[in-house]
Design a protein around this ligand. Structure first.
Ligand SMILES: Nc1nc2c(ncn2[C@@H]2O[C@H](COP(=O)(O)OP(=O)(O)OP(=O)(O)O)[C@@H](O)[C@H]2O)c(=O)[nH]1
Ligand SMILES: [Mg+2]
Length: 388
């Protein structure tokens, strides 16, 4: 399963500034000596990884990234200013290709990682550089080199941050549909979901850029014995392998006498049988369908399951996906958990990223996000197409 968000952009690095031809002057001596300075180098086009982003929509929206040209050299030996870089801020996991040749240029993996995709043109030299004892009044200079133009294709393979695991019919797809703009099939029979669905869950209420979001995957229902191939088997469990947080979705009230705590144990065992790493992943429990509770006895039953599961060390959320109850708290806490897990992941990645690229989190603070800010007002969800 690959869920791909992709877009094309045009980039151009800045031209180098020309060297200056200039002479010191005095009123009676027009050419005292060469003093033309060098031009400034053109700005680079730089990709910057930013862990808070999950889509390429803002890049699609802007579409052309052009760095500034270097400034021409001045008189008095003054060097022209550097052209400013153009920065393309992208989510982690973005792959960058040359759109014409298909050649892969880089992938951006680290938070704050910077990769120069088009280097600015070299500076031109001023006539001061050509001054020598035998060549007192040089008129030579060089032009700045032009910048580079490239059409790039960006691809983001969306990885789920949160994976929903639960029995068939627990309401996983319903949850995904109310938390994101994904439209998975929902029905009151088991095994409605046959392939995993992904959705981007946005926290509109939070953050300056309104861009805080995470990716959630709804996977097909699990049953006892799934890890040995029963039901739909376990092939789709591999989609949970790279999620940062697993959210067990369980009916809040017992079904056929099976209490939520027993269901949780069943699900946990299935994940463990598939891969012990999965069952030890950070996990929370979502007790869904609380709207079904008819009376105080039902409420008490839910409460006691919640406490039991909490005492086993899980964070528990009481929600009704259908009535959209308890969802704000759920998505905010999931977001925070994902951030914590990403931080740990990024620290691990920092040691793995090739040195020449460098990780410069300090520079991240200096990034100009004004483009993103404007864009966030018209934030559109990515077109996500599933490629089987
Ligand atoms: N009463 C109530 N019903 C719900 C709630 N959430 C989901 N349902 C219903 O439960 C049934 C199953 O929902 P799905 O979202 O398809 O469940 P699923 O976990 O994705 O099921 P599979 O894809 O088969 O694994 C549907 O009839 C939903 O309308 C809820 O909060 N309350
Ligand atoms: Mg489903």
């Amino acid at each position: 399963m690959h869920f791909i968000d992709s877009t094309e952009v045009f980039v151009k690095s800045g031209d180098g500034g020309n060297g200056m031809v200039s002479f010191k002057t005095a009123s009676n001596k027009p050419k005292l000596g060469a003093d033309g300075g060098d031009g400034g180098p053109g700005g680079n086009v730089v990709f910057v990884g930013f862990g808070q982003l999950n889509t390429l929509s803002h890049v699609r929206y802007k579409h052309r990234f052009i760095a500034e040209n270097g400034v021409r050299g001045g008189s008095n030996g003054k060097t022209g200013a550097h052209g400013a870089d153009a920065e393309i801020v992208v989510p982690l996991g973005t792959e960058v290709y040359n759109a014409k040749t298909g050649e892969k240029i880089c992938d951006i993996l680290g938070d704050g990682e910077r990769f120069v995709v088009a280097k600015g043109g070299q500076r031109g030299l001023g006539n001061l550089r050509f001054l020598s004892s035998t060549h007192q009044a040089p008129v030579e200079f060089t032009e700045g080199k032009p910048g580079v133009e490239i059409d790039l294709r960006l691809e983001l393979k969306l990885l789920a941050d949160v994976g929903l695991a639960g029995l068939p019919n627990a309401g996983k797809s319903t949850l995904l549909s109310v938390l994101s703009s994904a439209k998975p099939k929902i029905a009151d029979y088991p095994f409605t979901t046959l392939v995993p669905n992904l959705g981007v869950v946005e926290l509109r209420e939070r953050g300056e850029f309104n861009l805080q979001s995470f990716v959630m995957a709804d996977v097909p229902g699990l049953i006892e014995g799934a890890s040995e191939g029963r039901g739909l088997g376990h092939s789709f469990l591999r989609h949970l392998e790279r999620t940062k947080v697993i959210a067990y979705v369980i009916d809040a009230l017992p079904i056929d006498g099976e209490k939520p705590e027993a269901t949780l144990e069943l699900l946990r065992r299935e994940l463990e049988n598939y891969d012990t790493k999965l069952s030890s992943r950070t996990a929370v429990v979502i007790l869904n369908k609380i709207d079904i509770a008819m009376d105080e006895a039902d409420q008490a039953l839910i409460q006691s399951s919640k406490e039991l599961i909490e005492s086993a060390g899980y964070r528990v959320f009481l929600v009704s996906a259908m009535n959209r109850e308890g969802l704000v708290d759920l998505k905010e806490q999931l977001f925070d958990l994902v951030q914590e897990e990403k931080k740990i992941w990024n620290e691990m990645m920092a040691t793995k990223i090739p040195q020449h690229r460098g990780l410069l989190p300090a520079e991240l603070a200096g990034i100009d996000f004004s483009g993103l800010k404007n864009f966030s007002e018209s934030f559109k969800l990515p077109q996500i197409h599933a490629v089987q």
